[in-house]
Write a protein that binds this ligand. Structure first.
Ligand SMILES: [Zn+2]
Length: 199
């Protein structure tokens, strides 16, 4: 399996930029095995959530996507992935970004509706990005976490024509009806928006 994956990676590299504009799902190789599931954001690793933890959809055909919701996990990267993979948890996000190096996992396809905002309307309209850390432990918000997350948010905005501003890139705490406080007052929005706009 490891060898097959390496071969697949090499094929992808060889195909390179010429296919950059082709959606991954259209490439036959992208469906060749569990490890090669297509991701919407190329640097991301596919770590699928349990099928019972999100709603299959065909966005942006079924629902337009006009928001990015920023979260903080309040647990570790590994435990966040485990929660999304647990079919009893009824929760998911499209992406989880790791603190130490900004490594990004994709758990739900962007065409599907992840259950992260606690508000159905906002779930249907948004891409949810979890960041490893705690709202009161800003040391988890590393340079690499900000940079890689900003790259991801910028690419999401580009895919759906979402303005790269605070009206469209919001915190979980700004979702109507929520009692969540993430990403919390330690999250540097000015820095984040600057990075998103320069990515
Ligand atoms: Zn949240």
């Amino acid at each position: 399996m490891e060898r097959a994956r390496l071969r697949l990676d090499r094929r992808r590299i060889l195909k390179g930029a010429a296919l950059a504009a082709v959606p991954y799902a259209l490439l036959p190789d992208a469906r060749a095995g569990a490890q090669s599931q297509p991701v919407d954001h190329r640097p991301a690793e596919w770590q699928p959530a349990a099928g019972t933890n999100y709603t299959v959809s065909q966005r942006p055909t079924t629902h337009s996507v006009d928001l990015v919701v920023v979260h903080v996990t309040q647990t570790t990267f590994a435990k966040a992935l485990a929660i999304f993979q647990n079919p009893r948890k009824k929760v998911s996000a499209h992406y989880v970004v790791r603190s130490v190096d900004g490594h990004t996992a994709q758990c739900v396809r962007e065409s599907d509706i992840a259950w992260h905002a606690g508000n159905w309307d906002y779930n249907t309209r948004s891409v949810g990005i979890e960041h490893e850390g705690w709202v009161d432990r800003p040391a988890y918000f590393t340079d690499l976490l900000y940079e890689r997350s900003a790259l991801l948010t910028s690419s999401v905005c580009d895919r759906y024509g979402i303005p790269k501003d605070r009206a469209h890139i919001i915190g979980h705490h700004e979702v109507p009806g929520t009692d969540h406080t993430d990403p919390g007052p330690q999250w540097d929005w000015v820095r984040y928006l600057k990075l998103v706009n320069s990515a």
